[in-house]
Design a protein around this ligand. Structure first.
Ligand code: FAD
Length: 281
């Protein structure tokens, strides 16, 4: 992998240079890196991801978590779990990283046109749906109700708290936040995110749902939504799998007949529910 700034015809495996402008600590092990391209910005759709390369370390697939209206300032929200993501968490402003992308099929906002748009996010799962929330709010007239349901293990695990506070006072979106276990000073709801589903006002028959979080959470969310009457064909999830090429050739992210990089990472629930491993409890 090389960082090559001026190639006229780009190898799809060549990363472009981006400079880290701001680092926002979201939780003890999650940061959001805001980066600016050294070259012309590249448009992306909500739900797409990049391959983010730390020079001398390696690259990882990371969802884009910023506003698609401003591709000149790109954000990625990263939990430190391995070599690359730890190196990304350790960067300082001014550092140069490589990015290739955007890749994949994003959130189907068109499917939600004229319908209720319900977004369910667990933990860091708010990051991949954040561009969809921003895009939906920018075109508010296209949708009926917009509801955001957010769950985290504890208040300390909530990401994008500034956004949540801002959206909570915005009449254009109905925001519900819950944590599995509270700490002193938490005045909000306690309980898993699926407990919110029966309580939030939306029309299940006319709702399109976007869900992102750990796989077990998505299973339980899908169960609860289908029980409430949501058509599974209007229920979308985004999947994370071990990814290398991101171009649909290497097969590392293959899940049965689908490649997460090429056919996803966003899928309608019936496309993947039969392919996922047995649900965790
Ligand atoms: C489409 C897509 C979008 C993604 N978006 C994001 C994102 O926005 N933010 C983010 O932090 N990560 C995201 N990921 C996950 C990230 O790409 C992987 O966690 C990546 O492997 C990290 O690289 P690493 O070298 O730091 O860790 P590795 O050395 O690859 O892994 C370290 C350890 O974590 C385990 N592991 C790897 N991936 C996962 C996973 N997905 N879930 C649980 N355990 C895992 C490995 O088995 C290993 O034990 C995304 C993945 C995909 C496919």
């Amino acid at each position: 992998m090389t960082i090559a700034p001026d190639l006229p015809l780009r190898d799809p495996l060549t990363a472009r240079p981006y400079v880290v402008s701001t680092i926002r600590q979201q939780t003890h092990d999650i940061v959001t890196l805001d980066v600016r391209p050294a070259e012309a910005p590249i448009a992306f759709a909500p739900g797409q991801f990049d391959m983010v390369y730390v020079y001398g370390v390696g690259e990882a697939a990371i969802s884009i978590s910023s506003d698609p209206a401003t591709p000149e300032l790109l954000s990625h929200t990263i939990r430190a779990i391995g070599w690359v993501t730890r190196a990304l968490n350790d960067l300082q402003p001014g550092a140069t990283i490589g990015i290739r992308g955007p890749y994949g099929r994003g959130w189907p906002l068109d499917d939600a046109e004229g319908r209720d748009l319900v977004i369910v996010a667990g933990g860091i799962g708010l990051a991949p749906v954040r561009p969809a929330i921003m895009a939906a709010l920018a075109q508010r007239d296209r949708f009926n109700r917009i509801a955001l349901l957010v769950g985290a293990r504890s208040p300390r695990d909530l990401v994008f708290r500034d956004d949540l506070d801002r959206w909570a006072t915005n009449p254009a979106i109905d925001v519900h936040v819950t944590v599995d276990s509270a700490v002193r000073g938490w005045g909000g709801r306690v309980g898993v995110v699926t407990k919110l589903i029966p309580r939030v006002p939306f029309d299940p028959d006319g709702a399109t749902v976007l869900t992102c979080g750990p796989e077990a959470m998505m299973w339980h969310t899908a169960d609860a939504l289908v029980k409430r009457g949501v058509d599974p064909n209007h229920l979308y999830v985004t999947l994370e799998r071990n990814m290398r090429c991101a171009l649909g050739t290497c097969g590392h992210c293959q899940l049965g007949p689908v490649f997460v990089c090429r056919d996803g990472p966003v899928f309608a629930w019936p496309e993947v529910s039969g392919l996922l491993e047995e649900r965790e409890l």
